[in-house]
Design a binder for this molecule. Sequence first.
Ligand code: GDP
Ligand code: MG
Length: 439
Amino acid sequence: LTERLQNAMKKLRGKGKISEADLRETMREIRLALLEADVNFTVVRNFVKTVQDRAKGADVLEGLNPSQQIIKIVDEELTKMMGEEAVPLNKAPKIPTIIMMSGLQGAGKTTTAGKLALKLKDEQNARPLLVADDVYRPAAIDQLQTVGEQIDVPVFQLGTDVDPVEIAKRGVAHAIENHNDYVIIDTAGRLQIDEALMGELKNIESEVKPNEILLVIDSMTGQNAVATAEGFNDALDITGVVLTKLDGDTRGGAALSIRAVTDRPIKFVGQGEKMTDLDVFYPDRMASRILGMGDMLSLIEKTQKDYDEKKAQELTEKIQENSFDFNDFLDQISQIQKMGPLEDIMKMIPGMANNPALQNVNMDPKDMEHIKAIVYSMTEQEREDPDVLNPSRRRRIAAGSGRPIQEVNRMIKQFNQMKKMMNQVSKGNMSGMENMMNA
Ligand code: GDP
Ligand code: MG
């Protein structure tokens, strides 16, 4: 996945301009890359459409060249597809928090149960209890016990002759007695989803009411991972997914499809066999990893930041020279539209919050478009030298922009006030001004 996407992006890298054909070609490559990586077909189709619409649409980011923009859009949409933000474990209002592991045989339930116990112990000073609820293979209990010893976490077990629902219940009771704050129930899996397994898991679910039902999915299983996730999700009230074996030679498609298909967050990823190899899942990091463009993405971020800073610097200089004109004003409006209401920004300047002049600089974001229209109707000379704006010129501008003359007058007045105010502020408090511009 990564390689194909990277190649598609590399082709774009050198280009300053992107034609329709380039975009089509890139989208085709992205589509193939995702399909090859076993990403679900519907997910791919929606993804490609979203990226294409954004790339074509008004979503133009200043300071970036077109190929950088597409990379940024792809990265953002990949992140979105995987859920945007890391989602933490659910917690019971009262201890113990009950976590139930579920998933097919070999997915990594037992290993992940141990990893999670260790994580909770290390990071929260928690006292977890592991419950051996896989009664079908004697070796399963031994395995969990070995894990427990390794990480020094107690394991509750009743052998293989007791009903799993009973074991789960008594395990929770044991935890309450011993003041364990987490109970992690390691259940049995099957090679495939079957009624008997689902029935058993459902019974455990309704009996102990887990706060968290983690579905453990082997990321190496490609399209099957999605089918498995759907199957479990239909039967159980899954609250989160753990993707295991991401350290291996996985094509990564599972990470992309599962969220979209199940609408359940991926909470953790297993990246190795060691007990410490469990990480919180961060959609943005995964997106960059899949895209394999960490360096490019940092460059994009920096380019944008530098661009904004350069603009801010230029503006500060203009204000100091009192040569702030309507062209700067237009730039400024674009910046402000990105940043938030002007009033808020002005208030960040020390001494500005209570300045009466601020009351007059009333710039509702809804008015911004009108203001732009007015400035667009000015000639270059008028923009650079607002002093030439006599009544007849103002009437012409009003007609050209389709705004009432009063509004044009008011806008020019506000502009002059703002210019004056900025000049005062810049003389009195340069650092304040810079803070504002870099905000
Ligand atoms: P269960 O049947 O679902 O309980 O699966 P196990 O926990 O017994 O794990 C099955 C195999 O997968 C074991 O050999 C584990 O060491 C291995 N395994 C589990 N998680 C990971 C992982 O994140 N990375 C790697 N490389 N191996 C894993
Ligand atoms: Mg197991």
